[in-house]
Design a protein around this ligand. Structure first.
Ligand code: ADP
Ligand code: ZN
Length: 619
């Protein structure tokens, strides 16, 4: 068959000119009736991998493709997007009335649907299974696509017990090909998934997990709110983004602060009522340029393609979490920023949460500490961030020139002596008073400050008093972070985050080994001017002239209206990238729209004339 047909559908239905990465191989394999396991990063283009085969096979008389998706909230938008492209699609889930669901079942039985989206719990009902059995007998059950397939594994981060029922599909519907898709790279989860879904025989398609359009930056936290605001105002004014915070309270504070500063921000966390959460998620997806301030409760399946930045105001638990969350930026392939501010307090908080857990076993805690250490090493690291991230997932790569360390290699200073001073200060203090103290007090001693507490304990008489007056508090903090990241210093939480020495400190104290620490980021970062945007698809906004920019604004306003009428997110009507290409081309008639990426046949018919009118109207 089939590459030809698939290629035609790609252009005709989706308006795209070429397949991305392994899409073509995957599609060919599924069209030919094979089983597949697809591991592809967020934004890699997984949906097309089953949507194109669904259309090819339906046109060949093979019937409907069933898509299992855990996210009821997003089925509506996905089906809406297929409608816009002229594909017969529907969903069945608990949000529908009885009539609506009967109507869909009727279309299913009459063989009118190309794709049907169902929640896993719905698929497992006797009613649904007997409907499918009927179709199967008539040879009209074409393909099963299991989206977010990692939900079947308890090792993944989104375990859904309902997914377990899917292991029966291949027995009940023998011969119907199955494809499972996920963006979770973790090996343990992957193996578990294959076993649970009985996909041992399936062909595996593993993509690189690199997200080249995302620029990774990790900055030292000094005044986080101000830093965040400066980042948003100077680089992302008016653009959509997500800000992750650790706690509900912090989410509310940060959202209020952003709103106060004139940024359109919404708060989202598990403490809000379901209806309110749903409403805010809808607004984020539907409106342009909103900033969502959220806990990690916000995330899975956020398929908004034009999220331009993901900011972490608090450090996540581990690299898996960090990568998952930052991966929500730039799904459209255009430049996006992953920005994190982190500091000593983050290290302390995360350690505390692990240590304080009463449910976790010691062995489990040890694993969690190891994962946290890997993230600390990334944050403190001086090499390419992307190389470290990909190495963590077992992938080799070369320096990327699209992360802070590549673009502006950090300067290092030799902190070996300072590290020794700090360690011996911790030791002396403990020896003198039999007590441990927190970071602030130790720094006061080192910097020679005669505070009330210093005098109360007679710590001004210690041999380490004032031996570090030459370093700033910020410098001492970064030395301390390094010592914690290297397991030389332990933070205890019973009292007041007190510090004590661990075995690896011995070597440094005995004069072995060295400690190199990143120079603090300059107080007035260069990022005042808009950083140079690497154009990934040759579509950077910077390349638009004034006339085109003005057309783009009008096209966006028009799109917002259409999206509202259809009750769909704007990006489902046209992606930003498509509008930009239109604005640039400045079409004066319908033919001029041909070949624009994202402009399929159905959309050309439905919207072509409007688009030309918007462009030709005088501004
Ligand atoms: P995933 O589910 O892997 O995160 P999606 O399927 O949502 O990714 O695809 C990400 C974006 O890339 C979507 O907006 C989609 O329309 C677009 N896309 C996918 N494949 C192609 C392609 N071959 N050409 C152009 N755009 C594509
Ligand atoms: Zn790099």
């Amino acid at each position: 068959m089939s590459a030809g047909t698939a290629q035609q559908i790609l252009g005709e239905v989706f308006g795209y000119t070429a397949f991305r990465g392994p899409q073509q191989d995957i599609i060919g394999h599924l069209v030919a009736g094979g089983d597949a396991l697809v591991l592809m990063p967020t934004g890699g283009g997984k949906s097309l991998c089953y949507q194109v085969p669904a259309i090819v096979r339906q046109r060949a008389g093979l019937g409907v493709t069933l898509v299992v998706s855990p996210l009821i909230a997003l089925m509506h938008d996905q089906v809406g997007a297929l409608h816009e492209a002229g594909v017969a699609a529907a969903f069945l889930n608990s949000s529908q009335s009885l009539e609506q669901s009967q109507e869909v079942q009727g279309r299913l039985q009459r063989g009118e649907l190309t794709l049907l989206y169902v929640a896993p719990e719905r698929l497992n009902t006797p009613r649904m299974l007997s409907l499918l059995a009927g179709l199967h007998e008539r040879g009209l059950l074409s393909l099963f696509a299991i989206d977010e397939a990692h939900c079947v594994s308890q090792w993944g981060h989104d375990f859904r017990p309902e997914y377990r029922g899917l292991s029966l599909l291949h027995e009940q519907f023998a011969g119907v090909p199955r494809v499972a898709l996920t963006a979770t790279a973790d090996d343990l989860t992957r193996q578990d998934m294959i076993e649970r879904l009985k996909l041992g025989q399936a062909r595996q398609f593993v993509s690189s997990f690199d997200r080249p359009n995302i620029r990774y930056r990790i900055v030292e936290k000094s005044d986080p709110l101000r830093q965040l605001l400066r980042f948003i105002e100077s680089e992302h004014a008016g653009e959509a983004g997500i800000v992750y915070c650790q706690s509900r309270k912090r989410v509310e504070e940060v959202a209020a602060a952003l709103q106060g500063a004139g940024v359109q921000a919404l708060a989202y966390h598990a403490g809000l009522e379901t209806a309110l959460r749903q409403q805010r998620q809808d607004r984020f997806l539907r409106e342009d340029g909103l900033v969502m301030v959220a806990t990690i409760a916000f995330g899975m399946g956020i398929n908004k393609p034009d999220v331009r930045f993901v900011a972490h105001l608090d450090m996540p638990k581990n690299i898996e979490g960090y990568y998952q969350e930052t991966g929500r930026a730039g799904r459209d392939g255009l430049p996006a920023n992953a920005w994190m501010a982190y500091g000593l307090q983050d290290v302390v908080n995360q350690r505390r949460m692990i240590d304080a857990s009463e449910v976790a076993s010691e062995a489990f805690k040890q694993v969690m500490r190891g994962k946290l250490d890997a993230l600390l090493a990334l944050a403190e690291g001086t090499g390419c961030r992307r190389v470290s991230l990909l190495a963590y997932f077992g992938e080799g790569s070369a320096p990327c020139m699209n992360c802070d360390n590549c673009l502006q290699p950090p300067e290092l200073w030799d902190a070996t002596e300072a590290g020794r001073k700090l360690l011996s200060c911790i030791y002396r203090v403990q020896q003198a008073s039999g007590l441990s103290f927190g970071a602030g007090h130790l720094m006061d001693i080192l910097r020679g400050k005669r505070t009330e507490k210093v005098l109360q304990y007679g710590h001004e008489r210690l041999s380490t008093f004032a031996i570090g007056a030459d370093l700033s508090e910020a410098q001492w903090r970064s030395v301390l972070r390094q010592l914690i990241a290297r397991d030389m210093v332990r933070v205890d939480f019973e009292g007041m985050n007190t510090l004590s020495l661990l075995a690896p400190a011995r070597a440094l104290l005995l004069g072995q080994g060295q400690l190199w620490v990143r120079m603090a980021t300059p107080a007035a970062p260069r990022s005042r001017q808009r950083p140079q945007r690497t154009s990934v698809q040759g579509l950077a906004e910077a390349s638009l002239n004034a006339g085109a920019l003005e057309r783009l604004q009008r096209l966006k306003a028009w799109r917002a209206e259409v999206a509202r009428e259809h009750n769909l997110p704007a990006f489902v009507i046209f992606h930003d990238a498509t509008l930009r290409a239109i604005a640039q081309r400045n079409p004066q008639h319908l033919q001029a729209l041909e070949g624009i990426s994202g402009m399929g046949t159905k959309k050309l018919q439905a919207y072509g004339a409007d688009v030309v009118r918007v462009c030709t109207e005088s501004g």
